[in-house]
Design a protein around this ligand. Structure first.
Ligand code: PGA
Length: 246
Protein backbone atom coordinates (compact mmCIF):
# COMPACT_ATOMS: atom_id res chain seq x y z
CA UNK A 1 0.00 0.00 0.00
CA UNK A 2 1.26 3.48 -0.88
CA UNK A 3 2.02 6.06 1.77
CA UNK A 4 -0.46 8.90 1.51
CA UNK A 5 0.86 12.45 1.88
CA UNK A 6 -1.82 15.15 2.09
CA UNK A 7 -0.33 18.60 1.55
CA UNK A 8 -2.31 21.18 3.52
CA UNK A 9 -1.07 24.47 2.14
CA UNK A 10 -3.37 26.41 4.48
CA UNK A 11 -3.45 30.11 3.42
CA UNK A 12 -0.27 29.78 1.34
CA UNK A 13 1.41 30.63 -0.98
CA UNK A 14 0.56 34.28 -1.50
CA UNK A 15 0.32 34.32 -5.29
CA UNK A 16 -0.96 32.12 -8.10
CA UNK A 17 2.52 32.13 -9.63
CA UNK A 18 4.03 30.62 -6.50
CA UNK A 19 1.15 28.17 -6.12
CA UNK A 20 1.76 26.90 -9.62
CA UNK A 21 5.47 26.48 -8.96
CA UNK A 22 4.86 24.67 -5.66
CA UNK A 23 2.36 22.37 -7.35
CA UNK A 24 4.73 21.59 -10.23
CA UNK A 25 7.57 20.78 -7.82
CA UNK A 26 5.27 18.61 -5.71
CA UNK A 27 4.09 16.80 -8.80
CA UNK A 28 7.65 16.22 -9.97
CA UNK A 29 8.70 14.78 -6.60
CA UNK A 30 5.57 12.62 -6.42
CA UNK A 31 6.22 11.32 -9.92
CA UNK A 32 9.60 9.98 -8.83
CA UNK A 33 8.33 8.29 -5.68
CA UNK A 34 6.44 5.17 -6.59
CA UNK A 35 5.60 4.23 -3.02
CA UNK A 36 4.01 7.60 -2.21
CA UNK A 37 0.71 9.06 -3.34
CA UNK A 38 0.13 12.76 -2.89
CA UNK A 39 -3.02 14.85 -2.45
CA UNK A 40 -2.76 18.66 -2.52
CA UNK A 41 -5.12 20.88 -0.51
CA UNK A 42 -4.56 24.40 -1.89
CA UNK A 43 -6.54 27.52 -1.07
CA UNK A 44 -9.93 26.92 -2.74
CA UNK A 45 -9.36 29.77 -5.20
CA UNK A 46 -6.65 27.71 -6.90
CA UNK A 47 -8.53 24.42 -7.16
CA UNK A 48 -9.84 24.66 -10.68
CA UNK A 49 -6.67 26.00 -12.28
CA UNK A 50 -4.49 23.46 -10.50
CA UNK A 51 -6.78 20.66 -11.61
CA UNK A 52 -5.83 21.47 -15.19
CA UNK A 53 -2.14 20.96 -14.45
CA UNK A 54 -2.19 17.35 -13.29
CA UNK A 55 -4.59 14.48 -13.23
CA UNK A 56 -2.08 12.45 -11.22
CA UNK A 57 -2.39 14.69 -8.15
CA UNK A 58 -5.88 14.70 -6.65
CA UNK A 59 -7.00 17.90 -4.95
CA UNK A 60 -8.64 18.49 -1.59
CA UNK A 61 -10.64 21.41 -0.31
CA UNK A 62 -9.33 22.56 3.10
CA UNK A 63 -12.78 23.38 4.46
CA UNK A 64 -16.25 23.84 3.02
CA UNK A 65 -19.82 24.32 4.21
CA UNK A 66 -22.25 21.42 4.26
CA UNK A 67 -25.23 23.41 2.90
CA UNK A 68 -25.79 23.40 -0.84
CA UNK A 69 -26.24 27.17 -0.87
CA UNK A 70 -27.57 30.04 1.19
CA UNK A 71 -26.70 33.11 3.22
CA UNK A 72 -23.18 32.19 4.37
CA UNK A 73 -20.96 35.13 3.50
CA UNK A 74 -17.39 34.11 2.77
CA UNK A 75 -18.11 30.39 2.71
CA UNK A 76 -17.96 27.95 -0.16
CA UNK A 77 -19.96 24.74 -0.30
CA UNK A 78 -18.73 21.19 -0.66
CA UNK A 79 -20.88 21.05 -3.79
CA UNK A 80 -18.92 23.99 -5.25
CA UNK A 81 -15.60 22.47 -4.19
CA UNK A 82 -16.53 19.19 -5.88
CA UNK A 83 -17.52 21.07 -9.00
CA UNK A 84 -14.13 22.82 -8.88
CA UNK A 85 -12.48 19.39 -9.04
CA UNK A 86 -11.71 18.71 -5.38
CA UNK A 87 -12.10 14.97 -4.82
CA UNK A 88 -11.07 15.04 -1.15
CA UNK A 89 -12.35 17.27 1.65
CA UNK A 90 -10.44 18.09 4.82
CA UNK A 91 -13.05 18.29 7.57
CA UNK A 92 -12.72 19.51 11.14
CA UNK A 93 -9.16 20.78 11.01
CA UNK A 94 -8.11 22.14 14.41
CA UNK A 95 -7.81 25.63 12.93
CA UNK A 96 -11.48 25.44 11.87
CA UNK A 97 -12.60 24.02 15.21
CA UNK A 98 -10.80 26.96 16.84
CA UNK A 99 -13.06 29.25 14.76
CA UNK A 100 -16.13 27.63 16.26
CA UNK A 101 -16.73 24.58 14.09
CA UNK A 102 -18.60 21.94 16.10
CA UNK A 103 -18.73 18.16 16.02
CA UNK A 104 -22.22 18.50 14.54
CA UNK A 105 -20.81 20.65 11.72
CA UNK A 106 -18.19 18.00 10.96
CA UNK A 107 -20.94 15.38 10.74
CA UNK A 108 -22.93 17.44 8.23
CA UNK A 109 -19.80 18.08 6.19
CA UNK A 110 -18.92 14.38 6.07
CA UNK A 111 -22.40 13.51 4.83
CA UNK A 112 -22.30 16.30 2.24
CA UNK A 113 -18.81 15.30 1.07
CA UNK A 114 -19.95 11.69 0.62
CA UNK A 115 -23.05 12.85 -1.24
CA UNK A 116 -20.75 14.71 -3.64
CA UNK A 117 -18.52 11.66 -4.08
CA UNK A 118 -15.60 13.20 -2.23
CA UNK A 119 -13.31 11.36 0.17
CA UNK A 120 -13.55 12.97 3.61
CA UNK A 121 -10.35 13.47 5.60
CA UNK A 122 -11.63 13.93 9.13
CA UNK A 123 -9.19 15.67 11.46
CA UNK A 124 -9.37 14.81 15.14
CA UNK A 125 -7.09 15.49 18.08
CA UNK A 126 -6.97 16.77 21.61
CA UNK A 127 -5.71 20.23 22.59
CA UNK A 128 -3.79 19.08 25.63
CA UNK A 129 -2.69 15.87 27.28
CA UNK A 130 -2.54 14.89 30.89
CA UNK A 131 -1.63 11.61 32.55
CA UNK A 132 -5.28 10.95 33.36
CA UNK A 133 -5.73 10.12 29.68
CA UNK A 134 -8.96 12.07 29.11
CA UNK A 135 -7.71 12.85 25.60
CA UNK A 136 -8.91 9.41 24.53
CA UNK A 137 -12.46 10.47 25.35
CA UNK A 138 -12.01 13.72 23.39
CA UNK A 139 -10.88 11.82 20.30
CA UNK A 140 -13.60 9.20 20.71
CA UNK A 141 -16.36 11.82 20.78
CA UNK A 142 -14.88 13.67 17.77
CA UNK A 143 -14.73 10.44 15.76
CA UNK A 144 -18.13 9.06 16.76
CA UNK A 145 -19.87 12.43 16.50
CA UNK A 146 -18.54 13.15 13.02
CA UNK A 147 -19.39 9.69 11.71
CA UNK A 148 -22.91 9.46 13.17
CA UNK A 149 -25.36 8.16 10.55
CA UNK A 150 -22.60 7.41 8.07
CA UNK A 151 -23.68 4.09 6.56
CA UNK A 152 -21.51 1.10 7.29
CA UNK A 153 -20.69 0.56 3.63
CA UNK A 154 -19.10 4.02 3.40
CA UNK A 155 -17.00 3.85 6.55
CA UNK A 156 -13.91 2.30 4.97
CA UNK A 157 -13.64 5.19 2.48
CA UNK A 158 -13.17 7.74 5.24
CA UNK A 159 -9.68 8.89 6.15
CA UNK A 160 -8.96 9.95 9.72
CA UNK A 161 -6.11 12.38 10.30
CA UNK A 162 -5.09 12.31 13.91
CA UNK A 163 -3.52 15.67 14.71
CA UNK A 164 -2.89 16.48 18.36
CA UNK A 165 -3.42 20.22 18.44
CA UNK A 166 -0.32 20.69 20.57
CA UNK A 167 1.85 19.21 17.80
CA UNK A 168 0.45 21.38 14.97
CA UNK A 169 2.96 24.13 14.23
CA UNK A 170 5.21 22.78 16.99
CA UNK A 171 8.95 22.13 16.68
CA UNK A 172 8.55 18.34 17.01
CA UNK A 173 5.88 15.71 16.27
CA UNK A 174 4.47 13.35 18.86
CA UNK A 175 6.37 10.18 19.70
CA UNK A 176 5.68 7.33 17.24
CA UNK A 177 4.85 5.04 20.18
CA UNK A 178 2.01 7.36 21.22
CA UNK A 179 0.81 7.57 17.64
CA UNK A 180 0.73 3.79 17.49
CA UNK A 181 -1.49 3.68 20.57
CA UNK A 182 -3.85 6.32 19.18
CA UNK A 183 -4.09 4.57 15.80
CA UNK A 184 -5.30 1.42 17.51
CA UNK A 185 -7.71 3.41 19.67
CA UNK A 186 -9.25 5.20 16.67
CA UNK A 187 -9.80 1.99 14.73
CA UNK A 188 -11.21 0.29 17.83
CA UNK A 189 -13.65 3.17 18.28
CA UNK A 190 -14.90 2.74 14.72
CA UNK A 191 -15.09 -1.04 15.02
CA UNK A 192 -17.26 -0.62 18.13
CA UNK A 193 -19.75 1.48 16.21
CA UNK A 194 -19.61 0.04 12.71
CA UNK A 195 -18.11 -3.42 12.97
CA UNK A 196 -15.07 -4.95 11.31
CA UNK A 197 -14.94 -2.44 8.43
CA UNK A 198 -13.39 -0.12 11.01
CA UNK A 199 -10.13 -2.04 10.70
CA UNK A 200 -9.87 -0.84 7.09
CA UNK A 201 -10.06 2.87 7.88
CA UNK A 202 -6.94 4.80 6.86
CA UNK A 203 -5.36 6.68 9.74
CA UNK A 204 -2.91 9.50 9.05
CA UNK A 205 -0.80 11.49 11.46
CA UNK A 206 -0.39 15.26 11.31
CA UNK A 207 1.61 17.78 13.33
CA UNK A 208 5.21 18.89 12.69
CA UNK A 209 5.89 16.20 10.08
CA UNK A 210 8.92 16.78 7.87
CA UNK A 211 11.70 14.92 6.07
CA UNK A 212 13.63 14.33 9.31
CA UNK A 213 10.88 12.44 11.15
CA UNK A 214 8.31 11.03 8.69
CA UNK A 215 10.04 7.72 7.92
CA UNK A 216 10.34 6.86 11.61
CA UNK A 217 6.69 7.67 12.31
CA UNK A 218 5.73 5.49 9.35
CA UNK A 219 7.85 2.61 10.65
CA UNK A 220 6.76 2.75 14.25
CA UNK A 221 3.57 4.75 14.37
CA UNK A 222 1.05 2.40 12.70
CA UNK A 223 -0.09 5.08 10.24
CA UNK A 224 -0.68 4.98 6.51
CA UNK A 225 0.53 8.49 5.83
CA UNK A 226 0.54 12.13 6.82
CA UNK A 227 -1.30 15.42 6.80
CA UNK A 228 1.44 17.98 6.34
CA UNK A 229 1.31 21.73 6.88
CA UNK A 230 4.56 23.71 6.88
CA UNK A 231 6.68 21.07 5.15
CA UNK A 232 4.23 20.99 2.22
CA UNK A 233 4.20 24.69 1.49
CA UNK A 234 7.80 25.11 0.29
CA UNK A 235 9.17 23.31 -2.77
CA UNK A 236 12.42 22.18 -1.15
CA UNK A 237 10.71 20.85 1.96
CA UNK A 238 8.01 18.84 0.23
CA UNK A 239 10.60 17.42 -2.16
CA UNK A 240 12.75 16.29 0.77
CA UNK A 241 9.75 14.84 2.60
CA UNK A 242 8.54 12.79 -0.37
CA UNK A 243 12.08 11.59 -1.02
CA UNK A 244 12.49 10.52 2.61
CA UNK A 245 9.48 8.23 2.21
CA UNK A 246 10.43 6.61 -1.07
P1 PGA B 1 2.25 21.45 10.53
O1 PGA B 1 0.65 21.51 10.38
O2 PGA B 1 2.72 20.30 9.67
O3 PGA B 1 2.73 22.77 10.07
O4 PGA B 1 2.53 21.20 12.00
C1 PGA B 1 -0.09 20.33 10.28
C2 PGA B 1 -1.55 20.64 10.04
O5 PGA B 1 -2.07 21.62 10.59
O6 PGA B 1 -2.23 19.92 9.30
Amino acid sequence: MKTLVVCNWKMNPSSWKEAKKLFEETKKAAGKARSVSVVVAPPALYLRELSKLARSIPLAVQHAHADEGGAHTGEISLAQAAESKATYAIIGHAERRAQGETIEDTNKQILSALAHKMTPILCVGESTRSIQGEYFETVRSQVKGALTTVPQNRIATIIIAYEPVWAIGAPRPMAPRDMHEMGIFIRKTIVQGWGDVGHAVTVLYGGAVDSTNAAQILDEGDVRGFLVGRASAEPEKIKALIQSLS
